[in-house]
Design a protein around this ligand. Sequence first.
Ligand code: AMP
Length: 115
Amino acid sequence: MTDCVFCKIVSGEIPAKIVKRSADAVAFYDLNPQAPVHVLIIPTTHLAAGRDARGEDGVRLLGRTLAFANEVATELGLDARGYRLVSNTGADGGQSVFHLHFHLLGGRRLSWPPG
Ligand code: AMP
């Protein structure tokens, strides 16, 4: 999608600190980290949010993106202490970039419930 900042990161038009790339997903560090480790995991295919993942293709995309997120968490050494994987969706969810992404947060004890 031409106007999407995360699509531009996928294509390399906008620089990002890439953690890992696969054929259908990219992980990169968040510009405004909220924890010692704060990585965004996105599918290379543009979808505004997880709720737009429909049918078999949508299920496959969500599954592959989450499996990729698990690999990233393991490779960043987060498995032993744990981490949070969240996807803000729409206005009430606090979403500000409308390309499906999962925040991978770790490296400190996170509070619950969120604000
Ligand atoms: P959300 O508010 O859940 O939509 O999260 C969007 C996230 O994208 C925020 O945490 C931003 O700091 C992050 N972000 C926005 N633009 C960039 C960028 N160019 N590179 C890395 N992270 C970004």
